[in-house]
Design a protein around this ligand. Sequence first.
Ligand SMILES: Cc1cc2nc3c(=O)[nH]c(=O)nc-3n(C[C@H](O)[C@H](O)[C@H](O)COP(=O)(O)O)c2cc1C
Length: 258
Amino acid sequence: MNLLDAIENRHAYNGFHTDEPVTEEEMNILLKAFNKAPSQFNSQPWKVLISRDKENRYKLAEYCGIAMKTAMEKGEFWEKYGKYFYHDKNGSSIKPGMGMKVDHIPNFLKQIINFIISSDAMSFIREKSIPTILGIENRKLVEKSPVCLAIFLRKADYNKSDNSSFYSTLSLGMAIENMWLAATEMNIGMQFMSMPMEVPEIWKKISDMYNCPTEFEMVALMRLGHMPEKPDRPVLDWTSPDRLPLQEWTLDEKFGSN
Ligand SMILES: Cc1cc2nc3c(=O)[nH]c(=O)nc-3n(C[C@H](O)[C@H](O)[C@H](O)COP(=O)(O)O)c2cc1C
């Protein structure tokens, strides 16, 4: 696969991984790709924790499941992020513009997707046990992944009082994308697991589980493993290969020119 194919084919993999282990050699290729990324002053302000141990992964899976259920149940997630979701009554994208397309959504959810942040929608969501269903699914997904990664930034470089926090975040994004492209070439599916970050007490428990020292902050969790040939899509799939057409987001010399 050449680089442009890898860019085209990379996607957020939110299905189950196969039982095929990720070998030491594969892991080293991924980690090398990660650390080849540019970083401010070449500071490489990160630590990447690789977790393969079943007991630890199951514990993480439990936390992820609880986080998913808690965040969905409380409704804060929808209040905070509902504005980034754009869709019509059928659950598909309506307008080009910023926003997240819900690419695959169960029929019963389509009814409420347009008023998801209202209290009526929240009672509907709870009534249908959606938080519990999503929590269980999430736990199972993580349990089945052969490798989970926890990524930390060094606080000295991730200093929120100056631009270094922006620089570190930017560098980390590049590092993750490097690894993601290498993974794509190796048929390894990767997924961000952001939901635990939405529940601070769970985020802290995970960070403590990994013995994160005070000089570092845990900033991302990912899971990875080999992908089946024809993966099933999860209950609610908001990843999408669709992108806005070029003219929607590029500018010719100045804002307002096109
Ligand atoms: C910072 C960040 C956090 C993300 N968090 C999640 C997540 O928690 N769960 C998930 O399934 N995808 C997550 N994604 C993946 C996006 O949903 C995905 O990249 C987007 O929908 C486009 O789909 P694609 O990557 O398959 O092209 C995250 C992506 C980024 C960059």
